[in-house]
Design a protein around this ligand. Structure first.
Ligand code: GTP
Ligand code: MG
Length: 370
């Protein structure tokens, strides 16, 4: 049930807390300023002052917006969102770096690319692929927990000289749990002791069956270092994406997921977000978890200012009041009042949760110290 403290209600209604307390007293309710009242009582109070209470639904608070989304209007093709995963040192970062340089725009810009959690590669024929960096980090588990997974395709990197390792298996399980198809990139084939066939055989034990063995998993041999067969890997991604027929509606208010966030000394809170549907524009009012703000700037991974970002576009946004948490959903709302209403509720829910948990923790701490 929705609840609010007497003090919060007074603030929102811009009336004095004592007046509300007096009114409640006349109704036979003895309340103090920090006492919590339910929405029916809040309505009673608001009525007295000729105001109305709008209830924020539980789902808005707990899950954000994505869970409610209806994609029936998603008719415009969009870029696939690809996460690169695999065992430590198998070449994930090297492969991402190599793929990044296939971007026609990167060659033009020729300059420093800053690291943001995601980037989009524009290919010669105008097709685009969005890569998510630093996979396996907090955002991914948080997204899965919220059922707001953004990954369409998982690239599983396996070093040809090392084979299937524990984190390879983890990545396979992650992809299966997320329902994302795998493409295997057998990396480091430039190495003298590379044995791609061994990798294919080992994968079989984990129910990843290569096309060469009659299965449906594309296995592509590459070398990130020697830049061998990067085109082959991109073709595999585009083929898989075509089969999936990925679509979104760009003509609606934007929604998506926070990939990462930080507090930048000069620029303030910075969130890297991936737009799932709709188009995000400069000046939009955005709510991201318990953070909100008017989008002051949209930046791509080259720090170039954008006017807007459509589906499957990763962008940095400036203008939020605090850094949001990775994995949280964001959505554009129609007014600052709505943004405040949502974030105040979320802050309160957070506070109540940490208060509940905090008591127990500090007690445990005290016990430990005794
Ligand atoms: P973590 O992020 O630490 O899990 O590693 P990673 O999977 O990102 O691997 P990274 O790209 O850092 O590469 C690990 C090592 O393998 C580096 O020394 C790379 O230079 C090397 N390496 C990556 N790709 C290739 C390749 O295709 N061939 C060869 N010979 N070495 C490679
Ligand atoms: Mg790495």
């Amino acid at each position: 049930p929705d609840v609010i403290t007497v003090g919060d209600l007074a603030n929102r209604m811009a009336v004095r807390g004592v007046d509300i307390i007096k009114f409640l007293m006349r109704q036979g309710m003895m309340m103090k300023i920090n006492d919590v009242i339910d929405s029916d009582t809040a309505e009673l109070v608001a009525d007295e002052y000729g105001m109305s209470v709008r209830r924020v639904s539980e789902s808005d608070i707990e899950t954000g917006f994505l869970a409610e989304a209806d994609d029936a209007d998603a008719t415009t093709p969009r870029a696939p969102v690809v996460a690169v995963m695999g065992h430590v040192d198998h070449g994930k970062t090297s492969l991402l770096d190599a793929l990044r340089t296939t971007d026609v725009a990167a060659a033009e810009a020729g300059g420093i690319t800053q690291h943001i959690g995601a980037y989009q590669v524009r290919l010669k024929d105008g097709q685009r692929v969005t890569f998510l960096d630093t996979p396996g980090h907090a955002a991914f588990s948080a997204m899965r927990a919220r059922g707001a997974n953004v990954t369409d395709i998982v690239i599983l990197v396996v070093a040809a000289d090392d084979g299937v390792m524990p984190q390879t298996v983890e990545a396979i399980q992650h992809a299966k749990a997320a329902g994302a198809p795998l493409i295997v990139a057998v990396n480091k084939i430039d190495k003298p002791d590379a044995n791609p066939q061994k990798v294919v055989n080992e994968l079989l034990q984990h129910e990843v069956i290569a096309e060469s063995l009659g299965g449906d998993t594309q296995v592509i041999e590459v070398s990130a270092k020697a830049r061998t067969n990067l085109d082959g890997l991109l073709d595999a991604i585009l083929l898989q994406a075509e089969v999936m027929d990925l679509r979104a509606n760009p003509d609606r208010s934007a929604e998506g997921v926070v990939i990462e966030a930080k507090l930048d000394k000069g620029r303030g809170p910075v969130g890297t977000v991936l737009v799932k549907r709709g188009t995000l524009r400069r000046g939009d009012i955005v709510v991201a978890g318990s953070a909100w703000g008017k989008v002051r700037a949209l930046l791509d991974e080259r720090n170039a200012q954008l006017e807007e970002a459509g589906p499957a576009m990763p962008v940095e946004i400036l203008g939020l009041d605090e850094p949001p948490s990775p994995g949280e959903v964001f959505a554009v709302v129609d007014s600052e009042a709505r943004a405040r209403e949502l974030t105040e509720y979320r802050h309160r829910v957070k506070r109540e949760k940490t208060q509940a948990a905090g008591g127990a923790v500090s007690l445990a701490d005290m016990m430990a110290k005794l």
